[in-house]
Design a protein around this ligand. Structure first.
Ligand code: ADP
Ligand code: GLC
Length: 503
């Protein structure tokens, strides 16, 4: 009786969370960071917490008319901050994540963000990217203080905002009451982008260098490393799959920070990303030629034929179509792909690639449109094209050198498009190789070699020839659930653990 009573007395701990990210879908997205920041907060909000998202007000947002939410100025939100001897004005705009009641704040600075038509504009001025995101991080703290939104937890994502835990500590040390008691979670989406620079930048940051630039702080082999600062000064650190959380503590995947991560392993964990099925779903997708579902797959074939026509390929249901939607960078296995192209050209398959990134790969791959009849490539960032590839392809290729989580393979599964991946990071946590397990949802190879990649593609194509078998693999893929439900609960638990911890 007593037990039952004390149980029911356990109160719901409603948290206030500020979710800080350089990308938030649908306002600003280059890759999976945008997907995560545009979806995880929805699920945390549904659990009853006060979560708010904040990102820079890029010129692209200004130009893109957002249909389902109106962006408005936040009254009395303006602050003046001085960097490099220049005083600049910052203020907030506000709206909600479309179809939700999750508040989204935008940090307005024409000088740093508004004037550019790209999220990460190419700019060769020294430390341009670093400086603008350091200012964004600093301004974020000053702006939430100005509007008096004091979060329990600030959830910082990737190197762009890795300076927040450090600034917070600095403000608390300076006895600014508002910041006392605020905790931080730092999520590593990709360890390979760390924000390194010469110590000259310390003058710009307005921090006491003696306090933060040392072996147990920002300093890394004589340089400043913001990723390291995020790891050191955050209350907890996580990454986006359990496997990647282990991998980054090894020399092979640690990007030089494995020692730092091992030393901080007690506060490090892995939580797999989820997919927002209200966006990625062939049953509701407005951009594909015919919707389909697990119960009725006929539409998938129409999507395939339509994709083949759109890309000027032979419209043939019996030829396997392999799709790729990817940033064109080494991480994603483009160096391997490059070396097997001459074989792919003569195989009985079609390859459709959408991506942007390194100019070297863009140029090289675009040439294939002229020189082959079975490989088609489009460059640029285009969500509608991406959806058509997820729906119309039979297989989805992601032969990554490393992959913290990977959302593309999860999206592909939802569209019944069978992933061919390398066994690494989140790919190893989400894909089960069909050739060794009947419940498998894809095909996977281990060694990062052209031979393994090519053999795995050949083997997948062989399975494709057997329609019954292929149908079973599709059903396995469609039976997977990589929605946010489970992972959002793990984040909620992590937030609560952080909040309850002393100190
Ligand atoms: P990463 O964040 O490393 O790029 P993820 O797999 O986590 O990889 O997420 C990639 C996201 O970006 C997916 O939503 C994918 O569909 C999207 N994407 C990547 N390249 C393009 C492109 N060229 N056009 C449209 N969407 C793209
Ligand atoms: C990164 C990773 C990718 C991950 C995404 C979202 O960009 O490369 O694997 O899915 O962030 O966390």
């Amino acid at each position: 009786m007593y037990l039952a009573f004390s149980y029911s007395k356990r109160e719901f701990l409603k948290l206030k969370i500020l979710f800080v990210s350089a990308e938030v879908n649908p306002f600003a997205k280059v890759g999976g960071l945008g997907d995560v920041a545009g979806s995880l907060p929805k699920f945390i909000k549904k659990m009853g917490h006060d979560i708010r998202v904040i990102l820079p007000y890029y010129g692209t947002i200004n130009n893109n008319h957002q249909e389902d939410c109106k962006i408005e100025d936040v009254p009395d939100s303006s602050v003046e901050l001085e960097f490099d001897g220049n005083i600049s004005k910052f203020s907030l705009k506000k709206c909600v994540l479309p179809n939700t009641n999750v508040p989204v704040y935008f940090v307005v600075s024409y000088e740093l963000f508004g004037q550019y038509d790209d999220i990460y504009p190419a700019n060769h001025k020294e430390n341009f990217q670093l400086k603008r995101f350091i200012v964004f991080s600093y301004a974020t703290l000053k702006l939430v203080e100005k509007i008096n939104f004091k979060p329990d937890i600030i959830h910082c994502n990737d190197w762009h905002v890795a300076s927040i835990p450090m600034y917070l500590k600095s403000f608390v040390d300076d006895n600014i009451d508002f910041f006392k008691g605020i905790k931080t979670l730092y999520t590593i989406h990709n360890l390979s982008y760390q924000g390194r620079s010469s110590p000259d930048i310390l003058k710009f940051t307005k921090i006491d260098a003696d306090k933060f630039f040392h072996m147990n702080g920002l300093e890394f082999y004589g340089k400043v490393n913001w990723m390291k600062g995020g790891i050191i000064y955050a209350d907890k650190v996580n990454t986006v799959s359990e496997n990647y959380a282990k991998e980054i503590q090894t020399q092979e995947y640690g990007e030089d920070l494995d020692g730092v991560l091992r030393a901080n392993s007690k506060k490090l964990s892995g939580i797999l990303n989820g997919v927002d099925y209200s966006i990625w779903n062939p049953e509701t997708d407005q951009h594909i030629i015919r919707k389909y579902s697990k119960k009725d797959l006929k539409g998938k074939n129409s999507c395939k034929i339509s994709l083949q026509r759109e890309y000027d390929l032979e419209a043939n249901p019996y030829v396997p179509v392999i799709g790729m939607v990817s940033r064109m960078v080494e991480q994603k296995g483009f160096d391997l792909l490059e070396r097997i192209l001459y074989q792919l050209k003569v195989m009985n398959l079609q390859l459709v690639i959408l991506g942007r990134g390194d100019k070297k790969y863009e140029k090289l791959l675009l040439k294939l449109n002229e020189s082959t009849s079975n490989i088609r490539v489009k460059t640029g960032f285009n969500e509608i094209r991406a959806e058509k590839i997820y729906a119309g392809a039979d297989m989805f290729l992601l032969p990554s050198r490393f992959e913290p989580c990977g959302l593309s393979q999860l999206i592909a599964l939802k569209y019944g498009t069978i992933p061919i991946v390398r066994k690494t990071g989140g790919l190893a946590d989400t894909i089960v190789d069909y050739s060794s397990d009947d419940s498998g949802n894809g095909f996977m190879f281990g060694e990062y070699t052209t031979t393994e990649l090519l053999n795995t593609i050949k083997s997948a194509c062989k399975y494709f020839e057997n329609k019954n078998l292929w149908g079973r693999i599709i059903m396995n893929a469609l039976s997977c659930d990589f929605g946010w439900q489970k992972s959002a609960k793990l984040y909620e638990k992590l937030y609560k653990d952080i909040k309850r911890e002393e100190g």
